[in-house]
Design a protein around this ligand. Structure first.
Ligand SMILES: [Zn+2]
Length: 485
């Protein structure tokens, strides 16, 4: 026994030494680039965003309520505001409201790049409308902010890109590669009429992009635990999704003599099984990349965990699982969204149904998930059907491409205080429609947000700082200046 103890002590010392050496040797992935002198952006750019916000281009799930007038007004606003983009670039209107511009580069033998954004917005919850600090479509500019629906999602992208391009056209700049600009009008209701149609149009013409840049993540302030600096997050992939409808039919009857099991019992049991047997948590490729970027910047003990992630994987997953946002990054999530049965207090219903929405982690599939659902429920009385569109997780883009390097360099130039990290987008964006016609698809929107600001997206009091919007324009401008062969 005495002889084993010093032996164990020796092994422990060696293990600790290895852990420490790994930690100290974890190299920083942050690119060293000198900041650039911020470009002068005239205040009229703020007026342009404000004018765009004032046009209520609202997407609703109900097709019959589509009001085309604001979309036409918005297109006319762009024509008036950006005369050089409108005349010097070749412009195609697809499916009436989707816009595609082509800016010819110096070397047309190179694959072009695509900058994209959407100009539809989500409706304003009327019960909240009165509780906005400024009316949601006022586009009010005060001392610090521009206010209104679309300032963060995603008119800042549309106006930011066009401001940058219009400015460069004025200076007679020609990009190294050809640049396409695409603006969808139904991203908030899946993009099938806008981005999907633009992508189909480009595919028919055999146009293939070096990379696509769309919204998705942003510069987070205080969003990464353990890191005090801002972190510019670039999405390499987005989760897939699947909704299933579970239904049960059984003889109903009088509530005074209930059977041992009612449709509600059977359905509730199935939903509970799915909630209790969730797909396993795991570190997918984009989250692994995130750990590689952020790990070296962490305080020592967190760095120790990240530098030895194969040993501490269980611990890392536990940390992620503590919050709903963290949990969504490490597993295919299971969210019951509709549960319906019965209509009268003294009648046992004959049918019941529920809808469960799943968001699928990269590396998993719709078919694999459907299999998991059926095996977990394992009850022949429950009919399981796919409800609506099922979307596979998008492919994971490379962090070693020329495109990623250009984005990284631009971020260091425009947001010099921010760290950069690749990550995973847990929501859906228009960019998934372009994955088939691009080597890589990156998801980043040039704006800075705290956790409180994130609630404004699709919520109330959506706003952006005036300087933040100028940085958005500077980001696209610098990115175009940085486009490489
Ligand atoms: Zn959006």
């Amino acid at each position: 026994m005495k002889r084993i103890l010093p032996g164990l002590g020796g092994v422990l010392a060696i293990v600790l030494l290895v852990l420490f050496v790994n930690t100290l040797r974890m190299p920083s992935r942050q690119l060293q680039v000198a900041a650039v002198e911020p470009a002068v952006i005239p205040d009229r750019a703020l007026e342009h965003l404000s004018a765009a916000i004032q046009i209520p281009t609202i997407s609703t799930d109900d097709d019959t309520r589509f009001n085309s007038a604001p979309f036409k007004t918005f297109i006319r606003l762009l024509e008036r505001t950006y005369p050089l983009c409108d005349s010097l670039l070749s412009k195609t209107v697809i499916n009436r409201y989707a816009l595609l511009y082509r800016w010819q580069g110096r070397d047309t033998t190179l694959n072009p790049i695509l900058l994209t954004a959407h100009y539809d917005v989500v409706p304003v919850d009327t019960s909240y409308a009165g509780r906005w600090a400024e009316p949601p479509f006022s586009g009010k500019i005060d001392g610090t902010f521009i206010w209104g629906r679309g300032t963060m999602d995603d008119k800042l992208g549309v106006i930011g890109i066009l401001e940058a391009v219009e400015g460069l056209l004025q200076e007679e700049f020609v990009p190294e590669r050809s640049v396409y600009l695409a603006f969808g009008f139904d991203e908030e209701i899946n993009g099938l009429q806008g981005a999907a149609r633009i992508a189909a149009y480009l595919e028919e013409r055999n146009i293939h992009f070096d990379y696509v840049l769309d919204e998705g993540l942003l510069v987070g302030r205080g969003l990464v635990p353990g890191i005090t600096a801002d972190v510019a997050l670039v999405g390499l992939s987005e989760k897939g999704f699947l909704s299933v409808k579970l239904s049960v039919i059984k003889e109903g009857g009088h509530a005074s003599m209930p059977q041992s099991e009612t449709v509600i019992d059977i359905l509730a049991e199935a939903v509970l099984k799915l909630r209790r047997h969730r797909p396993k948590a795991r570190i997918s490729e984009p989250v692994e990349r995130f750990v590689e970027f952020i790990g070296p910047e962490m305080p020592f003990y967190q760095r120790l965990v990240f530098a030895n992630k194969s040993l501490f994987e269980g611990l890392i997953l536990k940390l992620y699982e503590q919050s709903a946002a963290g949990n969504s990054l490490v597993r295919t999530t299971t969210a019951p969204t509709i549960f319906s049965a019965g209509s009268k207090a003294n009648v046992l219903p004959g049918t019941a149904y529920a809808v469960i929405n799943f968001r699928i982690l990269p590396g998993e599939t719709v078919a694999g998930l459907f299999d998991h659902i059926q095996k977990t429920i394992a009850d022949p009385r429950i009919k399981v059907m796919v409800a609506g569109a099922a979307v596979e997780p998008s492919p994971v883009s490379s962090i070693d491409s020329q495109g990623f390097l250009t984005i990284e360099k631009t971020l260091r130039q425009i947001y010099p205080g921010a760290l950069i990290a690749a990550s995973l987008v847990t929501a859906g964006t228009d960019s998934r429609h372009y994955t088939g016609i691009a080597d890589n698809v990156y998801r980043f929107s040039p704006q800075t947000a705290t956790s409180e600001d994130l609630l404004r997206i699709h919520g109330r009091n959506e706003r952006i700082t005036k300087e933040g919007f100028k940085d958005c324009i500077r980001f696209y401008r610098q990115l175009l200046l940085n486009v490489k062969r």
